[in-house]
Design a protein around this ligand. Structure first.
Ligand code: ADP
Ligand code: ADP
Length: 229
């Protein structure tokens, strides 16, 4: 079965006397191990949709199945458990813990699971993203691109079945962004993790096998990218 199945999901917020619908009756299914970009202009509902897919937020209507589990059947704790076991995240704003070194940041998810002897695994992942020489640096001592690569290593350390990346290069210059994207797709290819990427950047979206285009909360197209069909 698909790793992610989105069935008629809608998300509305109260606004004045009525409601503002930011995601409208969206349907798609993401095969395991595939890469998909959700492309759309600012305000089209991409981040909201990603939050719904990842179980961070609940739809007003419809169903999300993550690794076969119906999220609507779960309470907040249940969704947190599915997120911990199935999902990895990368955000535009890196979200590293400022008081921890690069290595410690990457080890956190494993330590939270009560795993021991996690250092070697974290070192190996940091090496793979080219940060083998930055293990004891703190986030403020790293460039934006380096911080995002630490965030990538942290996102992959739990071996998630699906990784959600929300504008992962949004705070980076073009060149640095390219490096992060190389690392992201290399980790995806090597680990078999499904990748769902949210972006307004067509060039970045074209790196994925498939593009789902959003406009004003509605899917306007859903197609394989050139060279990937
Ligand atoms: P994108 O990621 O494509 O920029 P978002 O999902 O962030 O789009 O936002 C889509 C729309 O939903 C925007 O108009 C935004 O203002 C609105 N929105 C997002 N979150 C909330 C919220 N918690 N309450 C009300 N409106 C929201
Ligand atoms: P962006 O910078 O791409 O707008 P954010 O970093 O603001 O994205 O995060 C997007 C959504 O994810 C928000 O709803 C936020 O509450 C949630 N979020 C942010 N950081 C975490 C985290 N570490 N774990 C779980 N959810 C998070």
């Amino acid at each position: 079965s698909a790793i992610l199945d989105v069935q008629h999901i809608t998300k509305s917020y109260p606004e004045g006397n009525g409601t503002l619908t930011v995601v409208k009756d969206i349907n798609f299914s993401i095969p395991r191990g595939s890469t998909c970009a959700i492309l759309g202009p600012s305000g089209s509902g991409k981040t909201t949709l990603l939050g719904l897919c990842a179980g961070l937020d609940r739809p007003s209507d419809g169903e999300v199945l993550l690794d076969g589990t119906q999220l609507s059947k779960l309470d907040e704790d249940g969704r947190a458990r599915v997120r911990n076991e199935v999902v990895g995240f990368v955000f535009q704003s890196f979200q590293l813990i400022p008081t921890l070194t690069a290595l410690e940041n990457v080890m956190v998810p494993l330590e939270l699971r009560g795993q021991r002897n996690v250092r070697d695994e974290a070192v190996e992942l940091l090496r793979r993203v080219g940060l083998g020489e930055r293990l004891t640096h703190y986030p403020t001592q790293l460039s934006g691109g380096e911080q995002q690569r630490v965030a990538l290593a942290r996102a992959f350390i739990n071996k998630p079945k699906i990784l959600f990346a929300d504008e992962p290069t949004g705070n980076l210059d073009a060149e640095t962004g390219q490096m992060v994207i190389q690392n992201l797709f290399a980790l995806n290819a090597n680990s078999g993790t499904t990748l769902v990427l949210v972006t307004h950047d067509l060039e970045l979206a074209n790196r994925a096998q498939r593009i789902i285009r959003l406009k004003a909360g509605v899917v306007v197209s859903d197609e394989p990218t050139i060279g990937n069909d």
